[in-house]
Design a protein around this ligand. Structure first.
Ligand code: BEZ
Length: 212
């Protein structure tokens, strides 16, 4: 199954390091980062899962729950979690799905056999509280992810859901934004952007971040 941006993501029930999880019930009204890794007890994955645990306060601030997945079983996850905690100096504060029967990997298309046979590659899905897919990035097994970039995109999504702006290249929270091209009426511009804006071209208008 190919999941596209804007699609409602499928629900599932699967075992995890924190017991059986019904995804929709577990997610509740939160945003979710669901991410897969190839295999327990591997070096890049160990650093990634540690990094996500370290960023918990940043995810919490944004109302985001994190959940990892590989095709290893719960016993493997439980043993590996001890290694992650020891080597990355963290407490693992989110569940790892044990997708041995590939139930979730299949419906979320996390196995790309021409890249890595029979194991999940490094997919990242950002899912909003309405269970819509908002971001999907796929990395090869050999490349560890940058989860600060995932936080940056979540900042952009949460901002642009609420204001008539988009975020330009390399934007980070607090930087100037662009006004969406559909707004051209001067009265609407004045109402929506009381801090003003700088027209560089008719289609390229910069404004201070509206909620700062
Ligand atoms: C790793 O996590 O280090 C890894 C896993 C699968 C293939 C290559 C690297």
């Amino acid at each position: 199954m190919t999941l596209r941006l804007g699609d409602t993501v499928p629900n599932f029930t699967q075992a995890s390091s924190e017991g059986e999880i019904n995804f929709y019930d577990w997610a509740g009204d939160s945003w979710v980062v669901l991410f897969s890794h190839p295999k327990d007890y591997t070096p890049v994955c160990t650093t990634e899962l540690g990094a996500v645990a370290r960023l918990k306060s940043e995810f919490d601030k944004r109302g985001v729950k994190t959940i990892a997945l590989s095709v290893d079983d719960v016993d493997s996850h439980m043993g590996w979690i001890k290694d992650i905690e020891e080597t990355q100096n963290v407490t693992l504060n989110y569940p790892i799905l044990a997708d041995g029967d590939r139930k979730v990997s299949d419906i979320y298309d996390m196995i790309h056999p021409n890249s890595l046979n029979n194991l999940t590659i490094r997919t990242v899905f950002v899912i909003d509280p309405e269970k819509k897919l908002r971001l999907s990035i796929t990395y090869p097994a050999s490349t560890g992810r940058n989860f600060n970039e995932i936080l940056r995109v979540i900042d952009s999504l949460q901002l642009t859901d609420n204001y008539s702006v988009a975020t330009p290249v390399d934007w980070k929270d607090g930087d100037d934004c662009v006004i969406v091209p559909s707004i051209t009426d001067p009265a609407e511009l004045a109402e929506k952007f009381p801090k003003g804006y700088t027209p560089i071209k008719p289609y390229l208008r910069m404004t201070p971040q509206p909620n700062k």
